[in-house]
Design a protein around this ligand. Structure first.
Ligand SMILES: NC(=O)c1ccc[n+]([C@@H]2O[C@H](COP(=O)([O-])OP(=O)(O)OC[C@H]3O[C@@H](n4cnc5c(N)ncnc54)[C@H](OP(=O)(O)O)[C@@H]3O)[C@@H](O)[C@H]2O)c1
Length: 440
């Protein structure tokens, strides 16, 4: 039996790459025992070889030519920890076409090009693994692909972005505004200096695309997903939601009905306080899945970081290496069916939270209720309060200002939007301050 180590190339030595190197270095003998053969890091490719690296990174392994490292004969597994869809994609494709297995934590790459890359992997009889790409250190892709593979997933609800969850947690606990909480997150290293990817929901959308694609066995297009970030969430809405028994979370939601029509959306959502996702705080991630047979399962843990994500990529490498040792090749192939019907956001039915600012006059609430009724939007709860002139909730409107908060019964989004356009034109209505969806 061949007892030569299995060669691993690591591309990138930032947060994820250095975490992976640390784990494979520190746990080398344990990993070798579990795999049946040792793994040998053949090289670590980086953009700036001269940059200092953590003390556990062997400087002799650092190199500047990722393409040459991937092409080495003694490399069988490539760990892509660069990020983005430029060179990372080229290296991944080159590795797969050269018959090498790939592990990656790159959600943007998998969300945008995952289907094509899985096809290339299948054509070449190699594995492409991406556990670290969704929810960092939380085992999710593996369980969905294997343990839950025979069941039918009906709904996936995810808190998939640690940065926004941290910001919303600070806003909820400390009454901070969005900007203040974002600044704090940046100071503490939970948010990038350019926070667009996180706060505008792109990152969560990439991750939902990946996990929903596996969960529903469908090749999904990012463009068909509805996406809203958390910039419109105010401290006032968080406080009002609190009083109503909800917390506001950036939820990634994927559903399928009996006719295989899907809903895919990322947006701020009111979640009842007694829902398991409501207590997922700070930078933590969680995914709650409804299944036909297993009913409800939830995955919870750290969604990012050096140790957690390094561990997820290392786990994929170990699993690939086990297949190599046992002689199995590309055991789990892509079985996604193409072209599901994804409902446009106007077609969904859900409950809504509405906060309106109006003049303090009699009959205003009645007028609003009448219009909602005309569009088949039923009111579940309603409250009205007169705001003090200096109340931040009044958004600077002068004169007696009323705040009307409505939670609706499930309604068609198209109807709600039409009703709100009419309500907005009522002379007594200052503004529709907020509209958020509610998920039970
Ligand atoms: N950070 C997390 O917690 C986390 C969690 C889940 C998933 N991810 C994903 O993991 C991937 C890596 O993220 P990260 O946070 O580790 O990024 P990072 O800290 O910015 O590290 C990127 C690494 O890639 C190297 N690099 C850039 N271009 C390269 C090239 N052309 N050839 C070789 N190396 C190159 C950089 O080299 P230099 O160091 O020399 O500049 C750096 O070491 C991304 O896809 C990200 O979305 C990250």
């Amino acid at each position: 039996m061949n007892s030569a180590p299995i060669g691993v190339a690591i591309l990138g030595c930032g947060v994820v790459g250095s975490g992976l190197v640390r784990l494979l270095t520190e746990s080398g003998s344990e990993v070798a025992r579990r795999v049946g053969l040792p793994l040998a890091i053949r090289g670590i490719a980086v953009a700036h070889p001269e940059r200092p690296r953590p003390e556990w990174v062997d400087p002799s392994l650092i190199c500047g030519d990722a393409a040459a490292l991937v092409a080495r004969d003694d490399v069988l597994i490539v760990a892509e920890c660069i990020g983005g869809t430029g060179q990372a994609r080229q290296y991944v494709e080159a590795a797969l076409r050269a018959g090498k297995h790939v592990a990656t934590a790159n959600k943007e790459l998998m969300a945008k090009h995952g289907h094509d890359l899985c096809q290339i992997a299948d054509d070449n009889g190699v594995a492409l693994r991406y556990e670290g790409s969704v929810a960092g250190g939380i085992p999710l892709i593996g369980p969905v692909r294997t343990s839950l593979a025979a069941d039918r997933i009906e709904r996936i609800l995810g808190i998939l972005n640690g940065t926004t969850n941290y910001i919303l947690t600070r806003m909820t606990r400390d009454g901070m505004g969005f900007e203040e909480a974002l600044e704090l997150a940046q100071e503490l290293g939970f948010a990038e200096m350019d926070p667009t990817d996180d706060v505008d929901g792109f990152d969560a959308a990439y991750k939902l695309n990946i996990v929903a694609s596996i969960g529903f066995g469908r090749s999904l297009r990012l463009g068909e997903m509805h996406r809203e970030g958390i910039r419109a969430v105010t401290a006032v809405d968080i406080a009002v939601a609190e009083r109503l028994g909800y917390v506001i979370k950036l939820l990634a939601i994927a559903k399928r009905d009996e006719e295989e029509r899907l809903e895919l959306r990322v947006h701020p959502t009111l979640v009842p306080k007694d829902h398991p996702l409501a207590s997922v705080s700070d930078e933590f991630n969680a995914v709650f899945i409804n299944l036909r047979h297993a009913k409800e399962v939830m995955f919870y843990g750290p969604g990012a970081g050096l140790g957690p994500t390094g561990s997820a990529v290392a786990g994929d490498i170990v699993d690939i290496a086990r297949d190599v040792v046992s002689g199995a090749r590309a055991r789990i192939r892509c079985t996604c069916q193409p072209h599901p019907e994804v409902r446009p956001i106007e077609e969904i039915r859900t409950r809504y939270y509405l906060r309106l600012l109006t003049r303090d006059r009699t009959g205003v609430l009645g007028g609003i209720a009448l219009i909602l009724g005309e569009y088949d939007v039923g009111i579940a709860t309603v409250s009205q309060e007169l705001l003090a002139e200096d109340d931040p909730a009044s958004h600077g409107y002068t004169g007696p200002c009323s705040q009307i908060v409505i939670v609706t019964h499930p309604a068609r989004e198209r109807n709600l939007r039409r009703a709100l356009r009419e309500i907005d034109r009522l002379p007594a209505v200052h503004a529709i301050a907020s509209t958020f969806r509610v998920e039970e």
